[in-house]
Write a new protein. Sequence first.
Length: 490
Amino acid sequence: MLKQHLQQKLLQKLSPQQIQFIKLLQVPTVALDTRIKEELEENPALEDPSLMIAEEPKSEYDDLNDTPEDHDSGSKEENTDEFNVDDYLQDDNTNDYSTSYNNSDDDEEKKETPIAIESTFFESLQEQLDLVPLSNPDFIIGKQIIGSLDDDGYLRRPITSMIDDLAFSQNVMVEEEDVLEMLKVIQSFDPPGIAARDLQECLTLQLKRKDPNNLTIQKAIEIVEHHLDEFTRKHYDKLERSLGLNSEDLKEIIGEILRLNPKPGDSNQVTTKQLQIIPDFHVSNNDGVLILTLNSKNAPELRVSRSYIDMFDHYDKAATKDKKLKEAVQFVKQKLDSAKWFIDAIKQRQQTLLKTMNAIMQYQYEYLLTGDERKMRPMILKDIADKIDMDISTVSRVANSKYVQTEFGTFLLKSFFSEAIQTESGEEVSNKEVKKILEDCIGSEDKRKPLADEKLTDILKERGYNIARRTVAKYREQMNIPVARLRKEL
C-alpha cells in the first residue's frame, strides 16, 4: 500500500559563483594561466590589459539613433529592473587585488625557451636498423620488434603474437626462428640490454658486452644467470658459499652488477611530459623576520571590457526596445555578469591563498625560519581552518595543490601537515621529527649490519619517543626505505 507523507530537508546548494571559486582555488599556478586564457576566449566582455597594445577604440554606439532626450525618457519608464552600469565600472589603471610581490619583468617575459632536438628511443633504434644490410622480410621483422618494445626497452610481447601480426597486417609469413634471429640483431643495438624479455636477460646482455676474459665479469654473469634470486634478496653468505668467494671479491662482483641499467629504454627516451612546479608563494627571511609574498601570476590584471559596458549603456537607454534588442541586452548583461564573477573569483582565490598560507607560516614559523624538521609543529587541517575561520575542505584544496618556495627548497603545502606524537615527558611533537630521527639513524648505520625495526624502536624509546614497532615500520615505508636485510652491503 502506497503512503504519502511530507518531509522537510535542509539542503545547501552552491551558487554558480561559489562553484567557480572552488574550481579556481584548486587550480595550481602552472595551470591558472591556461584557465584564464580559456575564459578570455569564451567571454569577450573580459579583458587582460597586459595583452592590449593599442588604445581602446572609441565606442561605436556613441552617435547612434536616439537623442539624449530619448535616452532619458526611455530609461525612466522601462529599465527599473536592469542592473546599474556602475556595477561593472573599474579603474583600469589600478588592480585592487594585486600583491606586493612581482618577480616578472619585460625581459624575463620575452625569453624564449630553447627546444632540444633529440631522437626518441624508438627513432634511435630505427636509425640503427636502417644501417644493417637486411632482406626485406628481415627488415619488416626488425621494425615489428622495435614497435613492440615497451618504453623501458623490454620486449614483453610473445613471439607468437608478433608472428600473427606480421601475417595478418603485413602479409609476411615467418617462422619463430626468423623472429628470434632478428631479435638477436636488435639486442646488439645500443643501449646495451635493449629488447630483453626479462631482467635476467637484460643484465646478461649488458655483461656480455664487457671484457669476456675478466674474471669479475665471468662471475657476474654466473650470478645473474644462476643465482639472481639470492642476489636480489641479498643473501650474500649463500653466494659466497656457492661460488667459493670471499667478501671482497663478492663486493667487487656485486658492484659490477649494480652499475648495469635495469631499464635501458629509459636512458635514451626523450621525456615529453615533465612536471613543472611554479611556486604559488615565496617565503623569505629578512633578518629573522619571515616575509610572505604571492606569486604575481596568481593576480592577473583582468577587467571588464569598456566597449561592452558602453554597449550595455547604449542598449539600456534605448527609447524603444523590440524583441531583438531585449535579447541583445540580455546577452550583453550575461557576458558582463560572467566577467565580473570571474574577476571576483580570481580576487577571492588570491585572498584565500594568502590567508591560508599566512596562517601556515605563523604556525610553522620556527621551521620556516630554520628549515630544521625537528622544529616542525604537529599541525592538521582543522588547526588552520579554525585559525582562518574557513572550512576544512577549503584548506585541503589549498594544501593539496599549492607550493611554497623557501630558502631551503620548494615544498607542497601538504608536507607541512603532520600528526602529533606524545613523548614520555608529555610534550607533543610532529611525526616529521620522528621520521627525521629515523632517517638519521638509518643514514649513519653500519651497512654491513643495518638496524632492524626492533632496534630502531629501541633507539626512539631511549630518546623519549614511545612508539610501537609497527609504527616505525610504517614511517620507514612512507620514506621509501627498505627493510634492514635489503639495506645490507658488503
